[in-house]
Design a binder for this molecule. Structure first.
Ligand code: SF4
Ligand code: SF4
Length: 486
């Protein structure tokens, strides 16, 4: 047996003004799970309210947060010093939350009389959507639910499950649209916390949006973006000289080349924020990276995939892959989180795809000057969860900013077609992000995604900078300091 300390966030709405932590020291066996620890706490204090049933990850009733992350108490390992709290949903008491508003919004089958059984193919398509144990961990982390009447990720999963079942007679696509199908920002948090690993954004929401598109239910602003891509190859209208018009096909480093990478620029950096892409090129040159820039590259297709408009997606993919393959490029670098996630997860490429922060992390960088700023970092969803990258940008930021402060992570609201299709939702989430950054004590917000940066800049008084711009400023400062000493 081992002795561990467990802090439980207690709350009785009838007697307490708010949640408060209570610490317990309990004995648990080796390999004990959080649920065992809660049983031990309950043995000391039987007023603790918590839920459980199967104890084997099958019923979903014991979902709680441990150290701020949703888990099933019966599966997560108990750790000394852990903090156990309720899911971020309305609390009934202590660790018990009210699931009924979310369960009520799950659709149930409306069977046709004497309907044929699903085919083998239909069963295979439905299977991954049936694994849900209704724990509502996904609902508890969904940013769209904070600012809209979205039915939630698992309601969308259920809508697709029924839409694919030939026995169901409901109009699931129209219902999903009414329940907020286009409110999802593609942040992927629901997928990453789901104990059953159900890939709701890609395998349910984007599929529902594809069917909605075929039924003529896409949002008008999304249709406009798709038309722009179809006619120009770009999802952003041309308003000034683009990055691709400003740079040659090969950009040599300042000294000897340590590596060669292809650069996939993406529509936002190409057309709207080309200066940040030019800053990145200078950082690569300074650090011995030769950059090859095929000028025939086009939109990666992310705005089409996220909004379910995939009719001509394959043409874009073929053109982009051929642009790099024909030049013998074995590593393609992205600096837009959305493009990088799309090339890594939605393409089948004959080359490796790396974010610019991964490239700099792999080859190492000349230290820039430390700028006298307190910087905070915004994790773009498609970098953090889409590519699993969080440490590389922070390590680079610590090299160039005198002070680094964390701001709790949350989606800014610009992804998944929400900024164009549901601007009031995007603005509400952007405003929450702006408030969090201003409360952090930082004097500059830094990120690695043009969509996030553009959107956050509209919702904070703080300057918002691309990490590559900051690194370039660090090198310029270093050069000025060096010149001053001569
Ligand atoms: S991807 Fe994000 S916004 Fe979309 S349903 Fe999941 S948690 Fe909600
Ligand atoms: S989809 Fe996953 S996280 Fe959401 S309720 Fe079902 S099992 Fe829980």
């Amino acid at each position: 047996m081992t002795e561990i300390t467990v802090t439980v966030l207690r709350f009785n709405p009838e007697t307490d003004a708010g949640p408060h932590p209570e610490e317990y020291t309990v004995e648990v066996h080796d390999g004990a799970r959080v649920l065992h620890a809660l049983h031990a706490v309950h043995a000391q204090d039987e007023t603790l309210a918590y839920r459980y049933c199967c104890g084997s990850g099958q019923c979903g009733s014991c979902a709680v947060q441990v150290d701020g992350a949703p888990v099933l108490a019966c599966l997560a390992e108990a750790k000394d010093g852990m903090v156990v709290g309720p899911l971020a949903l309305p609390v009934v008491q202590d660790l018990e939350v009210d699931l009924s508003p979310y369960l009520e919004r799950l659709a149930y089958i409306d069977p046709a009389p004497c309907a044929a059984f699903p085919t083998k193919e239909e069963i295979e398509a439905i299977k991954p959507l049936r694994d849900c144990i209704e724990c509502m961990a996904c609902v508890s982390v969904c940013p769209a639910l904070l600012v809209t009447d979205f039915a939630g990720p698992t309601a969308m999963r259920q809508d697709l499950r029924l839409a694919l079942d030939p026995r169901d007679t409901g109009d699931r696509i129209n219902e999903a649209v009414k329940e907020g199908l286009f409110f999802c920002t593609s942040c992927q948090r629901c997928w990453k916390v789901c104990p059953k690993g159900i890939e709701i954004p890609g395998k349910a929401i984007e599929r529902l949006r594809e069917i909605a598109n075929r039924q003529g239910l896409s949002l008008p602003r999304h249709i406009d973006v798709a038309e722009l891509v179809r006619t120009t190859g770009r999802s952003v209208p041309r308003t000034k000289e683009t990055f691709l018009e400003e740079v040659p096909g090969v950009i040599e480093p300042e000294g000897e080349a340590r590596a060669t990478v292809g650069f996939f620029v993406g529509c936002m950096y190409n057309g709207r924020l080309p200066d940040a892409a030019l800053d990145m090129i200078e950082v690569m040159r300074r650090n011995g990276i030769r950059v090859v820039v095929p000028h025939e590259q086009v939109c990666c297709g992310s705005p089409l995939i996220r909004t379910g408009q995939t009719a001509f997606l394959d043409q874009l993919k073929r053109r982009n892959i051929e642009a790099f393959r024909s030049r013998g490029i074995d590593t393609v670098m992205t600096m837009c989180a959305g493009c990088g996630s799309t090339l890594k997860n939605d393409y089948d490429t004959p080359f490796t795809v790396m974010d610019a922060t991964e490239v700099l992390d792999r080859y190492g960088i000349e230290p820039p000057a430390k700028l006298r700023i307190a910087a905070t970092y915004h994790d773009p969803c498609h970098l953090l969860r889409g590519q699993g990258i969080s440490e590389e940008p922070r390590a680079l930021l610590r090299k160039v900013a005198e002070t680094f402060v964390e701001t709790p992570n949350r989606c800014c609201g610009s992804g998944g077609g929400v900024r164009s299709g549901v601007p009031e939702e995007a603005a509400a989430l952007g405003a929450m992000r702006g408030e969090a950054f201003e409360a952090s004590g930082a004097d500059v917000v830094v990120s690695c995604c043009p969509f996030c940066e553009f959107h956050i800049a509209e919702h904070t008084k703080l300057p918002v900078k691309d990490l590559m711009t900051l690194l370039r400023e660090g090198y310029e400062q270093k050069d000025r300091d060096g010149a001053g000493q001569q």
